[in-house]
Every structure is written in structure tokens, then in C-alpha cells.
Design a protein around this ligand. Structure first.
Ligand SMILES: NC(=O)c1ccc[n+]([C@@H]2O[C@H](COP(=O)([O-])OP(=O)(O)OC[C@H]3O[C@@H](n4cnc5c(N)ncnc54)[C@H](O)[C@@H]3O)[C@@H](O)[C@H]2O)c1
Length: 259
């Protein structure tokens, strides 16, 4: 018996076998969930995601192309998903993007309007856009999670405009949770510790962040992807049936330490 037996959902954000979404999918599959996946449009992107999912034992994963900054793409993707499965129980939002030019230490003040809008659009608004389309496919209720980071609460040099996007994502989580509760749809976010992924490597000073985190966190170490996967499964399962609008830190306790 798995925690997610009989549950089906869509996972956004697998880029490769180091993505947070990959670890989340790994744990979801281990607990019996049926997962469908999105990838950025393009053959190369599709191949990369397919290969990563093959490693999870999915020989023919069901994939949907979607650029989350494009409403037409989102409409088409959710329409296809609805045609294929009818209803879903969960949605994983594990995507973010900001122009790396603006993710360097000391240059937050140079952020252009275009870079700001793009970062907030892809990394925060997209959660709202997905829930708008997923909610009608969750007639009995459902559970949605997104991935945040401490840089949305406090200043983390180099995280810059992505920190603004995470602040927006976290508060979008709360506003969405308040409205979607009446439909028994829960919306939560995981604030994960730093993990060596493609997205993380675009952030200036990330190496120092890992060292600092391991030294300062109460557990005296960085986190493993599986640990976020486990928390994701809990939040997406019925075990978390009274939890909504929360930002759960999976960060070895880093966020509680002042000095
Ligand atoms: N790695 C970390 O240290 C860390 C820590 C906390 C939170 N997070 C968050 O975890 C989430 C996943 O990132 P990751 O670290 O696994 O990196 P990743 O690079 O593996 O994943 C980022 C994903 O975002 C997708 N994406 C980017 N632009 C998109 C668009 N326009 N439409 C659809 N998808 C798009 C990419 O295709 C990729 O799959 C992000 O929200 C990130 O901010 C990461």
C-alpha cells in the first residue's frame, strides 16, 4: 500500500535527474502515484526529460509540451491532459526562471523591467495560471505544491530578482489557498535548501551558499533531493488533509537561525 495509491497528477519542472521535480516524482512513484509530466517545448527538451524519467523506471512517460509563460500553451496542455485523464488529484509546480545576468552579487539594482516581469511571470504568476486550469479537473478536491527558497524571505546576495519572485510565489500560495479551500483544493509551498541543479547554478555565489548553509544550519549539512521529495509526497497525500497555505521549510533548519 502506497500513500499515493489511486492518485494521479501532473508534474512541472523535471529538466534532468538533478531537478527537485525529479526527486518529487521519484517519491510520488514509489508511493503509487500516477504521474504525467510537462517539458519546455522542443525535441531536445523532450528527449532530456524523457531520459531523466527513464531512470525512474518509466519506459514511456506521458509528456506534455508547455511554456508556462504562454497562456495558449497552458490552455492546450491542460486541454490535452483533460482529454487523456479527465480528472487529477495533484499538481507539482517546480519551475522558475530569471535571466542569469541579473543573478550576480551586487547587481540587483540593475534589474531591468523586462527581467523583473519575466522572472515574476514564469516563477510566480505561472502557479496561479496553472491552478486556474487545474481546479476544474479536481472535482473532489486536490493538492498543489510549489517550490520556494529562503531568498524570498531574507536577502540572499545574488538571488536578487528571484527572491522577489519567491516572495510573490509564497504569498500567491496563501491567497490561492484562501480561495481554493472551499473546493477542498489545498495549496502549499516547500522552501527547499540549496541543491545543485541547473537553476541553482545560474545564481551568483551559489558555492558560498552551500558552504554557509552546511555550517550554519542546525543539522550541520545541506539537504538531499529525496528529503524534499518525501515532504512533497506528504503534502500531496491525504495525510496532510488539514494543511493549506503553508510554506514548509525543508532546509536542515537553516531558516530558524539568526546569527
Ligand atoms: N536548487 C535549489 O537550490 C532550489 C532551492 C529552493 C527552491 N528551488 C526551486 O525549485 C524549483 C525547481 O528548480 P530546480 O532547482 O529543480 O532547477 P531545474 O533547473 O532542474 O528546474 C527548473 C525547471 O523550470 C523549468 N522552466 C523554466 N522556465 C520555464 C517555462 N517558461 N515554462 C515551463 N517550465 C519552465 C525548466 O524547464 C526546469 O525544468 C524552482 O522553483 C526553484 O526556484 C530550487
Amino acid at each position: 500500500m502506497g500513500l499515493m495509491d489511486g492518485k494521479r497528477g501532473i508534474v512541472f519542472g523535471v529538466a534532468n535527474d538533478r531537478s527537485y521535480a525529479w526527486y518529487i516524482a521519484q517519491q510520488l512513484l514509489a508511493e503509487g502515484a500516477e504521474c504525467r509530466f510537462s517539458h519546455l517545448p522542443g525535441e531536445k527538451m523532450e528527449r532530456r526529460v524523457r531520459n531523466a524519467l527513464n531512470e525512474l523506471g518509466l519506459s514511456d512517460p506521458k509528456l506534455y509540451a508547455c511554456d508556462a509563460s504562454n497562456d495558449d500553451d497552458l490552455d492546450a496542455m491542460f486541454a490535452k491532459l483533460r482529454d487523456d485523464v479527465g480528472t487529477i488529484d495533484f499538481l507539482v509546480h517546480s519551475i522558475a526562471f530569471a535571466d542569469r545576468q541579473f543573478l550576480q552579487i551586487g547587481n540587483f539594482y540593475t534589474t531591468s523591467r523586462a527581467a523583473w516581469n519575466q522572472a515574476l511571470d514564469i516563477s510566480a504568476y505561472s502557479l496561479l495560471a496553472m491552478v486556474q486550469r487545474a481546479a476544474p479537473m479536481m472535482p473532489e478536491g486536490g493538492s498543489v505544491i510549489s517550490m520556494s527558497y529562503y531568498g524570498g524571505e531574507k536577502v540572499v546576495p545574488g538571488y536578487n530578482v528571484m527572491g522577489i519572485a519567491k516572495a510573490a510565489l509564497e504569498h500567491t500560495t496563501r491567497y490561492l489557498a484562501a480561495e481554493m479551500g472551499a473546493k477542498n483544493i489545498r495549496i502549499n509551498s516547500i522552501s527547499g535548501g540549496p541543491l545543485r541543479t541547473l537553476a541553482a547554478m545560474a545564481v551568483g555565489g551559489i558555492g558560498v551558499m552551500f558552504e554557509h548553509h552546511a555550517k550554519k544550519a542546525p543539522l550541520k549539512r545541506n539537504i538531499e533531493g529525496e528529503e524534499v521529495g518525501d515532504t512533497a509526497v506528504f503534502l500531496l497525500s491525504d495525510r496532510a488533509s488539514a494543511i493549506t497555505g503553508e510554506i514548509i521549510h525543508v532546509d536542515s533548519g537553516y531558516n530558524i537561525v539568526g546569527v
